[in-house]
Design a protein around this ligand. Sequence first.
Ligand code: GTP
Ligand code: MG
Length: 325
Amino acid sequence: MGEKSETREKKIKSVSDLSGIGPTTLSKLIEQGYSSLESIAIATPQDLSAAAGIPITVAQKIIKEAREALDIRFKTALELKQERQNIKKITVGSQSLDGLLGGGIETRTMTEFFGEYGSGKTQICLQLSVNVQLPNDKGGLEGKAVYIDTEGTFRWERIEAIARGSGLDTDTVMNNIMYIRAVNSDHQIAIVDELQDMIVKDPSIKLVIVDSATSHFRAEYAGRENLAVRQQKLNRHLHQLIRLSEIYDLAVVITNQVMARPDMFYGDPTQAVGGHTLYHAPGVRIQLKKSRGNKRIARVVDAPHLPEGEAVFVITEEGIRDVEE
Ligand code: GTP
Ligand code: MG
């Protein structure tokens, strides 16, 4: 990992990172509704200047910075093609599942695994935090993983078994996974807020996992009357994760437990509760379903660049594998 001397400069991720924004200006901007880079990127210099009490020239400068940070500009179709070609992939451990994903989990993307309890969401996360460390020619990125665990289901013993199953040095593998338990949704949000500094300091971080992204939010904002607040908070959190993946060229993987509804397999089961969508964020969504024994079925849900279809894999002692015929 050490030989590639990559560096990550501190990039602009939030309003407070814009140049010349002190605490007073920051609180004025937030008060006036300019709390996100997006809101500043689309503001007029006049409005921003009036709202924050800053000179027009400063307003113009931070608008330009916000647009650059979000990469809002005309691009040629060729640039778009090149951006896609720069995406890297992490193998999940099963050729069948990799095939479904177009080669594996993508960087610059948030991938969601959703499904009922025991469908394999956590096992896939554990497997990926080992596989991200593999050499490039073995389907890895020679990188480290950050594991944000909200349910306390992370098991280092499982990491050890999966690493051993792949013939890797178990201590090295475990040493490259940075684990934290998020105790509630505010803590979960704060961890992601602070993640940027960690990623800047350690460019070898190539994977960020949140298992599960939704459980704290569901538990804390239960009931119809809290739905709007929950969606708003969760949306913001997920967009922040997506932004991290795009800016730092890393893979973000989240999980989301949904109740099994056989009639919903081809629809969107996250709409199950009261007909409301739990959240809406771009990215790749994979539905997992239990099958016989240790077999699991995966399906891609609305990912226009991936072919439709299913993949079958098994969860073994050594991790995620293909079904042996
Ligand atoms: P929830 O978090 O409850 O929503 O479920 P999940 O989707 O995260 O399920 P998880 O990934 O924990 O999958 C659980 C399944 O993985 C179990 O039913 C087992 O079949 C399998 N599994 C978990 N640990 C082991 C293990 O140590 N050895 C083997 N062979 N299989 C395991
Ligand atoms: Mg789990």
